[in-house]
Design a protein around this ligand. Structure first.
Ligand code: ADP
Ligand code: MG
Length: 545
């Protein structure tokens, strides 16, 4: 074609397309969900622009909608929207490169796996390319909402490169034309497409038309009354908003009038991809005002450590034209964050009491984020302390204990809460630190990860009880002052032995002393200043290497 140029895909895109084009998939239909979700994004961005600015291409002339056309004779599926469209630079950037580090890890894992599962593709910012599962050739016709921007055409068969050039007579928005592979002709059946839309995209907040006929019912489910929404509707909405294919672990739907007017619907997913090394999660909650999307994946509605939460927060008290800068530090946004975060943590606490087994599942998957919060965020310290769970000497292996459980069964006269860090329950229980606690019958919390000690040291205390590492040198425990046994060394010999040990160990220790603290073991390493536990010291040393 005239004035077209051929451009190479970025290396990562080539790798991804190589897999997408050349592998066989069972769930190819997800391509439609991905294209529709891109159209929704584009329409929401346009709706937002049209609220804050008046100078836009085709501003009032085009209805905000998605139209899908299938052509059984030519074997094509076309997905068109009247969203923001793309400029030439945006086309090159968005449909030729991959920026996000998580998507690179996704591609690497996809390459190595036998069973290629593309269902997650949308979560890694590369959903568009899934269309090459069913298309042998894709044409993208697009025109930006910016006045004066011309239209462009992008064409590719997904192998190595794409062609890019001008396109005349386009209106605002994007039209994606898939020339289907021979074995994907099924997708030209209108009934099949309608069924898929109902299955995957029922909650899209814009009309979706298939060959002219509207398929979905448009609704902002979060603004409806709780009692009028069915479990299935919640699940479907979750799948839509979180790009997920399964059901959420938790869901919290609430409204408030004071101190702000809020309609909010939050979800906790079942899986934590950050834990599997897919890179840092993006925030997952969208900010709306009167059903207009203000900020997608807003980083201000919840603190960073709640980035695993998905959902929608709609507040009519947030002005529509609030700018990105103002969402970052306005008093209003701070207030909103406080309300939503407090509400969510309270919800978790309630869940933990109502269904401890389910909460344990949550804790094992997302506990790392609450620990992150407990070490970095002072504002929610008390709420977070209630949500922490650990194993302990007072519970069966695998059973989790809350600080409240511990506090509730402390021995008479016991003032502090004790914890000890070790790689596993077996190692801790075989070590010397527990001896004295066993002999006086005090429970000890087991922590298996170095961050746990930072969490507990940061908390300092729980309901007036100090959190103390069991390896600190100055423990006040009953029985420590007891008479030494018959086989004990006399004081002269003890002094000679400790002096000799100090000489041998030199700078490695600051003090060697005798103690009544051990029952079975001959010697123990203790932590004199008690500020950093030994596990924290190991972390610091590793960090300074
Ligand atoms: P993601 O949607 O997660 O960003 P995709 O691979 O699905 O990843 O899409 C890549 C980008 O291409 C989008 O972020 C968007 O900028 C652009 N894009 C895709 N489809 C459209 C569309 N219909 N209208 C406007 N931009 C689009
Ligand atoms: Mg997408």
């Amino acid at each position: 074609k005239e004035n077209f140029e051929t451009r190479e895909f970025q290396a990562e895109v080539k790798q991804l397309l190589d897999i997408v084009v050349n592998s066989l998939y069972t769930e190819r239909e997800i391509f439609l969900r991905e294209l529709i979700s891109n159209s929704v994004d584009a329409l929401e961005k346009f709706r937002y622009q049209s609220v804050i600015s008046s100078d836009l291409a085709d501003k009032d002339a085009l209805p905000l909608e998605i139209s899908i056309e299938v052509d059984e004779n030519n074997k094509t599926v076309t997905v068109a929207d009247t969203g923001i469209g793309m400029t030439r630079d945006e086309l090159v950037e968005n449909l030729g490169t991959i920026a996000h580090s998580g998507s690179k890890e996704f591609i690497r894992q996809l390459k190595e796996s036998e069973q290629k599962d593309l269902n997650l593709i949308g979560q890694f910012g590369v959903g568009f390319y899934s269309a090459f599962m069913v298309a042998k050739k894709i044409r993208v016709l697009t025109r930006s909402y910016r006045p004066g921007e011309p239209g462009y055409e992008w064409v590719s068969s997904g192998i190595g490169s794409y062609d890019l050039g001008p396109a005349a007579d386009l209106r605002r928005g994007t039209r994606i034309i898939l020339e289907l592979k021979e074995d994907a002709a099924d997708f030209t059946k209108p009934d099949r497409i309608k069924e898929l839309i109902r299955q995957y995209s029922g909650f899209v907040p814009f009309p979706i038309k298939v060959n002219g006929e509207q398929v979905n019912t448009v609704q902002a489910i979060w603004a409806r009354n709780k009692s009028e929404v069915t479990a299935e509707e919640y699940n479907e909405f979750y799948k839509f908003i979180a790009n997920a294919f399964d059901e959420p672990l938790y869901q919290l739907h609430f409204s408030a009038d004071a101190p702000l007017a809020i309609n909010s619907l939050l979800f906790v997913p079942k899986h934590n991809y950050e834990r599997y090394g897919f890179g840092r999660m993006e925030p997952g909650v969208n900010l709306y005002s009167r059903k207009v999307l203000i900020q997608q994946q807003s980083d201000n509605i919840l603190p960073e450590w709640l980035r695993f939460v998905k959902g929608v927060v709609d507040s009519e008290d947030i002005p529509l034209n609030i700018s990105r800068e103002t969402t970052q530090d306005s008093a209003l946004m701070n207030k909103l964050q406080k309300v939503i975060t407090g509400r969510f943590l309270k919800f978790l606490n309630k869940q933990s009491q109502e269904d401890p087994a389910k909460y344990a599942e949550f804790w094992n998957t997302f506990g790392m984020f609450l620990k992150e919060g407990a070490t970095t965020d002072f504002a929610y310290r008390d709420e977070l302390a209630k949500l922490l769970r650990f194993e302990s000497s007072g519970a069966e292996p695998g059973q989790l204990v809350a600080l409240a459980d511990y506090a509730g069964r402390m021995k008479e006269g016991q003032k502090d809460i004790y914890f000890i860090n070790g790689p596993s329950r077996e190692v801790i229980e075989a070590g010397p630190y527990l001896e004295v606690f066993r002999s006086c019958g005090y429970e000890v919390i087991y922590t298996y990860e170095p961050i746990d000690d930072f969490v507990l040291s940061n908390l300092r205390e729980y309901e007036g009880k100090k959190l103390v590492s069991a390896d600190s040198a100055n423990l006040e425990l009953p029985g420590l002052a007891d008479q030494p046994g018959e086989e004990a060394l006399d004081s002269a010999k003890t002094e000679a032995l400790t002096a000799w040990l100090k000489e041998i160990l030199g700078d490695k220790v600051s003090e060697v002393r005798s103690s009544a603290r051990l029952v079975e073991s001959p010697a123990i390493m203790l932590n004199l200043d008690g500020v950093l536990t030994s596990s924290m010291q190991r972390v610091m040393q590793a960090a300074h290497k």
